[in-house]
Design a protein around this ligand. Structure first.
Ligand code: TPP
Ligand code: SF4
Ligand code: MG
Length: 482
């Protein structure tokens, strides 16, 4: 049966063909991945109403501009947190991340680890051209050992990252390895990945002919595809692991297989909280610093914030009860702070309650009677008429340092209004600022260069002769420029 012409194919509706030809080099593998993705989305009946693309920076990242989907062309290495955020607010959408090997596993490697750990419901298509394509072909995280690159002309001395091991460290993740040559396999892998409810990763070996292939001896993109055809083999259908140069789709492991977790340990595939730990408190804790208390594991019962609130409520009720025994005008005088509560009570012949006398757990700022009393448990001195507040402490500190206090309420900004010392106020010395020193040195060199004839300047710029040598040749004394 003759194949339908390109113009009649359904997947074409997902592509901005009016923008073709793309910016990708002729023969680049990225275009093939885009077409296969468009085909899968078409087969699955997915479109811009239910699918969002997130792309990274790099040649691969440009895919979002050529597809008719809402897409985020995000920062280099940040595809996964952006994709997770989208999924969090629009859980009904399919979120497909398309990014290069550098974006995914180098600068974005930390996000990759945690997206896998959290089993974020995303599909990642990693265009693994084993190089930083866009920036000229530097060594990337998946560059094979020994490969000559722009940044490792003698061959990459490092071991590439094990993407399979990383993804398979989670029992819940789907990992597929495929190549741009094996198009039908790639399509199946992308489809299974999108259908997977959880984290899925399709590792697609593809050719960057311009910034990788030619440097390592391939004459054309076709040669690279032929290399993939000859080198890669399909893994057995029930394979649990892919060997080098094997393509296959590794489904998540069943939770009860007890298989290794990819870290070499014989851990269960979904480790549970060990049963021998004490049981957790029934409700959520109010803060991470709080102990679970008597019902929890430590047995050290520290007050929860609810306890603190209850104590404060009790204290203010106590205070109100004491105040209620005073006449209206005395109450007013106390409220206006013309009279302390202790004095008011003493004058009215009412016994001073313990908390007011010692200040041990009195409401903050409550006046304490002068006299023969103990230092309170809070460290405040009840012998003083008014307990020092945080603001008082800040004021005292500011006075010692001879600075003004900005703000006025406890906890407010206490930045000094003026430099604390004469040293702070002095402008930075040129010698102390490396950037200023560098600028000065550059200006000095420029001034010296300007004194040279044009052809000598050119030789200096080309690195054929040093500036010092050129000056010597021209009989110019560098010290003559200040
Ligand atoms: C934060 C940041 N660091 C570095 C860069 C420079 N940069 C742009 S693309 C790229 C690497 C691209 O490699 P890869 O992710 O593998 O994509 P490819 O171009 O191979 O498709 C780098 C380092 C950048 N844009 N932003
Ligand atoms: S530099 Fe490489 S990855 Fe980038 S478009 Fe060209 S061939 Fe593709
Ligand atoms: Mg790359």
């Amino acid at each position: 049966m003759p194949e339908a012409p390109f113009a009649e194919l359904g997947f074409k509706r997902h592509l901005k063909v009016d923008l073709f030809p793309t910016i990708w080099c002729p023969g680049c593998g990225i275009g093939t991945i885009m077409i296969e993705l468009a085909m899968v989305l078409d087969e699955m009946g997915l479109d811009e109403t239910n699918t969002i693309l997130v792309t990274g920076i790099g040649c691969t990242g440009r895919m979002g501009s050529y597809m008719k989907f809402e897409s985020v062309y995000t920062l280099h290495g940040r595809t996964l947190p952006v994709a997770e955020a989208i999924k969090a607010v629009r859980p009904e959408m399919h979120v497909v991340v398309v990014a290069g090997d550098g974006d995914t596993a180098s600068i974005g490697g930390n996000h990759l680890i945690h997206a896998i750990r959290r089993n974020a419901s995303l599909t990642v298509l990693c265009n693994n051209n084993e190089i930083y394509g866009l920036t000229g072909g530097q060594t990337g995280p998946t560059t094979p050992t020994g490969t000559k690159t722009l940044s490792s002309p003698a061959g990459n001395p490092n071991t590439p990252i094990n993407l399979q091991g990383l993804v398979r460290s989670s029992a819940h993740a789907l990992y597929a390895k495929t190549t741009v040559y094996h198009q039908l396999h790639m399509r199946n892998a992308i489809r299974e990945a999108i259908e997977h409810d959880g984290f899925s990763f399709v590792d697609i070996t593809s050719q960057c002919i311009e910034n990788n292939g030619r440097r390592i001896g391939f004459a054309s993109a076709n040669d690279m595809l032929n290399f993939y055809r000859k080198t890669y083999r399909r893994a057995a259908k029930d394979a649990e692991h892919l060997d080098p140069f094997e393509i296959g789709i590794l489904a998540p492991r069943p939770a009860d297989t007890g298989s290794t977790n990819g870290n070499g340990a014989g851990a269960t595939s979904s480790p549970e909280r060990p049963a021998n730990l004490p049981s957790q408190p029934p409700g959520p804790m109010a803060s991470a610093t709080e102990s679970p208390g008597a019902s929890g594991s430590t047995g050290v019962a520290r007050p929860t914030s609810d306890d603190v609130k209850a104590r404060r409520r009790a204290e203010s009720q106590e205070r109100a009860a004491v105040m209620a025994q005073l006449s209206a005008e005395v109450k007013l005088a106390v409220a206006k702070k013309e009279l302390t509560l202790t004095d008011a009570l003493t004058q009215a012949g009412i016994p001073i309650p313990e908390w007011l006398r010692t200040g041990a757990s009195a409401p903050s700022g409550a006046p304490v009677a002068a006299g023969d009393v103990q230092i309170s448990a809070t460290g405040q001195d009840p012998r003083t008429e008014q307990q020092p507040t945080e603001l008082d402490a800040q004021k005292a500190e500011a006075a010692v340092e001879e600075r003004n206090l900005i703000g006025g309420t406890p906890g407010a900004d206490i930045q000094p209004a003026a430099p604390r010392t004469a040293h702070d106020a002095a402008p930075p010395a040129v010698g102390a600022d490396p950037r200023a020193a560098k600028r000065a040195e550059a200006q000095r060199k420029l001034a010296l260069m300007q004194r040279l004839p044009s052809e000598v300047k050119l030789r200096v710029a080309k690195g054929e002769i040093t500036l010092a040598g050129a000056l010597q040749e021209a009989g110019i004394d560098p010290e003559s420029i200040a």
